[in-house]
Design a protein around this ligand. Structure first.
Ligand code: V55
Length: 404
């Protein structure tokens, strides 16, 4: 069957990476389930349809996006269902539960945040993402995982390279990836990761400790056995990308939103109890994992009025769902005062983010320390914030100034 070409056929990967918001505003209005050739998949853009799909795991199985599978390989929690998924979450979740997180998160993040601020506070100006948010994010999660000896710059390089590979989603008319280079760069970084982590795994095999990766080796295993590395590495990559990158992105996005609203910035700096509200709004405003969740219909379905045969993958655009005008007024505006409605930045359903509580706590502590040390922080008017990305979306930096 042929169909008439429409504006949807000419959507490009570059447009999606630069600014998906106007495209998705139109998709929500005109075609909330739409096949987009540039990414070779149906995209789901409304909040209601995203929720409908995540709540119905009988009809929809979870798969990893093709570019994600090319990046991480087989065996990630992102690509599992049913009993297999439950078993993976059994060793991934325990250290991320709220009671566990509350026992360690302050000591994990606050001293590191202060130490980094001490090194930059006399500068009077910086790219605050590069100089503070990204380092706090990777030190918090990296140290927790057991990677305290890996320099921050290395951890940042790892998440950036993996993120460009996972986000390398453009396909040609035959469904083949257009650009191989980001995957190859990801392959190089994975070699580096294995060379760094293999000796640590050797160590933790005989000397278990409190780090996440040590727990992953030992938890739930019979006496004298450790979990296979083929099971650990794909999930380690998941953490080295998302868990290291996204807290930093939410920090920067939240500050960028406050910079656009100086009255709100002033109130949040004066009253740190408002920080959690600002973070929630930042995560809604620019969901850092903007478009990554893919589901596959287990049988023929009709969704949003579109008939899809069994086996059809659909990409859930949580970043678009978070700007659905049926739920939020003026959704493109950052507003700490808006009524709080549950957003989809952490996903929904069985695959909802395991790190929601930890990630939010890390962002909160980082912003508390920032506003305590630099209460006069301001945007640099010469460098407006620039967001980039479709799969993962975040600020490319944030120039700030302050009085010293
Ligand atoms: C996702 C989460 C990740 C990641 C890649 O779809 C994709 C969610 C928490 O890390 O690395």
């Amino acid at each position: 069957m042929t169909r008439a070409a429409t504006w949807i056929d000419s959507i490009t990967m570059e447009e999606l990476n630069t600014d998906p918001n106007p495209i998705y505003a139109r998709l929500r209005r005109e075609a909330p389930v739409a096949y987009v050739p540039a990414v070779g998949m149906h995209l789901v853009s409304t909040r209601e349809l995203c929720l409908q799909i995540t709540q119905d795991s009988d009809t929809w199985s979870t798969v990893i996006a093709p570019s994600g599978g090319r990046t991480f390989g087989e065996g990630t929690v992102l690509d599992s269902n049913g009993e297999e998924h439950r078993k993976l979450r059994e060793w991934i979740d325990p250290q991320l539960r709220p009671t566990a997180v509350d026992s360690y998160v302050d000591a994990l993040v606050r001293p590191q945040a202060r130490a980094i601020l001490e090194r930059i506070e006399d500068l009077g100006a910086a790219d605050i993402q590069e100089a503070y948010f990204a380092p706090v994010s990777v030190r918090a999660v990296g140290d927790l995982m057991g990677l305290a000896q890996v320099p921050s710059d290395t951890l940042v390089h790892w998440f950036q390279t993996l993120s460009r590979s996972y986000g390398n989603a453009e396909v040609d008319a035959k469904g083949k990836f257009v650009d191989q280079a980001p995957f190859e760069a990801g392959d190089e970084v994975k070699k580096e990761i294995i060379a760094t982590v293999d000796p640590l795994l050797d160590h933790w095999t005989d000397n278990p400790d409190h780090t996440l990766i040590s727990h992953w080796l030992h938890d739930g295993m019979p006496e004298g056995e450790v979990r296979e590395r083929s099971e650990i590495y794909p999930n380690l990559y998941v953490f080295l990308l998302g868990a290291l990158q996204e807290p930093g992105h939410v920090m920067t996005t939240t500050l960028a939103g406050l910079f656009e609203n100086p009255d709100q910035l002033e109130r949040v700096v004066d009253d740190p109890t408002l920080i959690p509200r600002a973070i929630n709004e930042g995560a809604r405003w620019v969901a850092p994992i903007w478009s990554a969740a893919v589901k596959v219909a287990n049988s023929d379905v009709v969704i949003g009025g579109v008939s899809l045969p069994a086996g059809t993958p659909v990409m859930l655009a949580y970043g678009s769902a978070n700007r659905d005008e049926s739920t939020w007024e003026n959704p493109d505006l950052f507003d700490v005062d808006r009524p709080v409605m549950p957003h989809l930045a952490f996903g929904s359903g069985r695959h909802a983010c395991a790190g929601t509580y930890l990630g939010t706590a890390i962002v909160r502590i980082a912003l508390e320390e920032l506003f305590e040390t630099l209460p006069n922080i301001e945007p640099d008017p010469a460098h407006p914030v620039d967001f980039w990305g479709w799969t993962f979306r975040g600020p490319q930096g944030l120039r700030a100034t302050w009085e010293v």
